[in-house]
Design a protein around this ligand. Structure first.
Ligand code: ZN
Length: 244
């Protein structure tokens, strides 16, 4: 964790975006930064790994890889990511919920807590989920389009489980840079499983929200990124297929 003294050196208002959702869609899965590099851009975030080998989740400065075999492992220095969204999580908004809420009901509540759709927000939800459905993308030897890769993704159904959801709201004008709307990852309290969140019912829990002032986009100078087809005619639909 950063000390109080060097907090002033950190980009506390920003979301650091490594590469784009659109390039993932095109099958650009080459690792661009390792864990030692990405942790300099935040103590909190979500993403994926080189070869699409699992889902990334991090909070309180601790980061994990969630895999399709149902495991969660702390990141190692050398673990590489092609895509992630990171921030220093310093929430200004907090609210507790004590009644069960389905995803669409909960999202309505979340919506009411922020002033605009047109800003970036980071979210952390600690709670008990009556049910939560997640997927974990699986290792791809070759760079197939993500719409193909997700056809074999393992899906998990957790019930009555305590855990933490981490993610972002991305404004619609930034669709394709990240995933427009809510994009959440989950890890259970015992830090043994989780993934990219598809659906859930929150039993009870607390949400914390950090309103951000800007996004910093890092465009990789890798061959695969520079040669990717990022002018996609069906992006909206492709993101629906890959992100749920
Ligand atoms: Zn995800």
């Amino acid at each position: 964790m950063a000390t109080a003294q060097d907090e002033s050196q950190l980009d506390l208002g920003g979301v650091f975006q490594l590469s784009t959702m659109t390039s993932l869609i095109d099958g650009v899965y080459d690792g661009v930064m390792n864990f030692d590099q990405i942790r300099r851009h935040g103590d909190f975030g979500i993403g994926t790994f080189a070869h699409l080998d699992g889902e990334l989740i991090g909070f309180d400065g601790r980061f994990y890889r969630l895999r399709g075999d149902g495991t969660a492992t702390p990141l190692k220095s050398e673990d590489m990511t092609p895509f992630c969204s990171l921030t220093y999580f310093r929430p200004q908004i907090k609210k507790s919920f004590t009644k069960p809420l389905k995803k669409h009901e909960f999202e309505k509540e979340l919506h009411a807590l922020v002033p605009s759709d047109n800003l970036f927000y980071a979210y952390r939800i600690d709670g008990v989920f009556k049910e939560i459905t997640t997927r974990t993308v699986a290792y791809q030897e070759r760079p197939v389009p993500m719409t193909e890769a997700v056809k074999s993704q393992p899906i998990f159904h957790f019930r009555d489980i305590k855990g933490t959801v981490v993610g972002f709201w991305t404004p619609f004008f930034a669709q394709g840079i990240a995933v427009a709307g809510y994009h959440f990852h989950f890890i259970d309290e015992s830090r043994q499983g989780g993934g990219h969140v598809l659906d859930y019912t929150l039993e009870r829990g607390t949400v914390q929200i950090d309103q951000k002032t800007h996004q910093t986009l890092y465009t990789p100078e890798t061959e695969s990124f520079m040669n990717a087809n990022l002018a996609r005619s069906d992006l909206e639909n492709e993101i629906k297929v890959t992100e749920g």
